[in-house]
Design a protein around this ligand. Structure first.
Ligand code: SAM
Length: 339
């Protein structure tokens, strides 16, 4: 099942809630938000039905995200429903880690395969300034729990100039100490990032220069055929890390991911301003074969290259600069459509 640019439908990011228990400056900086109406949020059975359709069309990787997915009541029950499905090769979850220590055993028992924890700083005061909550200890506890249960994990760090760009090396060292592979993410001008500006982006080139100055030559790890967003690198001692250069060098040409929001809107690109409503036909009782035809039509007409289009803009500012617009349509927000 390929789109207009020959990209397969493989990777589904499933946002299970638009709510979050942090207010990261680069994602949810405002004082108040318009939330999805509760009655619109899909029940687990409804999500499971849609997942079956996606799997039948070629999806074999699913990542649960949000918002903060661990805020969704009994999310392990959804993990168990999805993990049992034939055809699924990879079931992962991205979390800010705050509630992870309490839920990790249930998630593992339910069949979760992998975990990624977002962590942008090792300094308590910075963490509080960046997220508005004093929860760094809880995140460390979550990471320790993930290590205990899964053995290893990934740690995602959004790098922002003059905020945490002096922590590349401490974060690599921290990753080593917890068996976590760090992935540095370039600050993206996604919906919700209303304080984004080009000057705050630290590019992959700059990150590699910093790491090379400290550790010596960094080599690219060859991963032929990979559609992963992160380019992986190795330090001279073999420690690996990733960089997601979505802003300076987008990976649209291999992007095989689409996103389903908690209320059943399907987006073909992180930057898409319109999605396809799957909740209405699902709740109207459309048979699986017709839902499948709807999704297949959507994917086969896909020509989105949102991040490349953004890069081509001469004068680049925040993607949705006007807060009123975000208030009118919460679907434009990164925390709604899932990072
Ligand atoms: N709450 C979960 C978490 O913290 O991982 C999952 C949702 S969060 C939206 C998913 C990822 O998107 C996080 O790693 C976050 O750092 C990243 N993200 C959010 N806004 C971003 C931005 N403006 N640029 C780059 N990454 C961003």
């Amino acid at each position: 099942m390929n789109d207009l640019l020959g990209r397969p439908l493989r990777n589904l990011r499933l946002s299970v809630t638009d709510r979050c228990n942090l207010r990261c400056e680069y994602c949810m900086p405002e004082d108040d938000y318009v939330w999805l109406p509760r009655e619109d949020v899909l029940h687990f059975e409804e999500t499971s039905t849609l997942v079956d359709v996606f799997l039948s069309l070629g999806v074999d990787k699913i990542r649960l995200t949000g918002g903060e997915p661990l805020l969704r009541r009994d999310v392990a029950a959804l993990v168990a429903m999805i993990a049992a499905k034939p055809g699924l090769n990879d079931l992962a979850l991205t979390t800010n880690g705050v509630l992870l220590a309490d839920q990790i055993d249930a998630l593992k028992a339910a069949g979760l395969g992998r975990i990624t924890v977002s962590l942008d700083t090792l300094h308590r005061d910075r963490f509080k300034a960046l997220t508005r909550f004093d929860q760094l200890d809880a995140v460390h506890a979550g990471i320790a729990a993930a290590r205990r249960v899964f053995g290893r994990l990934k740690i995602d760090t959004v790098v922002i100039r003059s905020v945490n760009d002096d922590e590349l090396i401490p974060l690599i060292e921290y990753g080593r100490s917890v068996n976590g592979e760090i992935r540095f993410i370039e600050y993206m001008d996604v919906g919700g990032a209303s304080r984004w500006s080009p000057g705050r982006v630290v590019s992959r080139r700059e990150m590699l220069e910093t790491l090379t100055r400290h550790y010596g030559p960094v080599t690219a790890v060859d991963e032929p055929g990979s559609s992963a967003p992160a380019d992986r690198y190795a330090l001279p001692d073999g420690t690996t890390f990733g960089i997601i250069a979505s802003t300076s060098d987008p990976f649209c040409r291999t992007c095989d991911r689409s996103r389903l929001t908690a209320d059943g809107m399907w987006y073909l690109c992180l930057y898409a301003t319109r999605g396809l409503d799957l909740r209405a036909p699902l709740r109207a009782g459309l048979p699986a074969a017709e839902l499948s035809a709807l999704i297949a039509r959507g994917w086969s007409g896909r020509d989105d290259r949102g991040a490349e289009d953004r890069l081509a803009l001469g004068d680049r500012r925040a993607f949705v600069p006007v807060q009123d617009l975000l208030r009118k349509d919460p679907h434009l927000e990164m925390h709604t459509r899932g990072g």
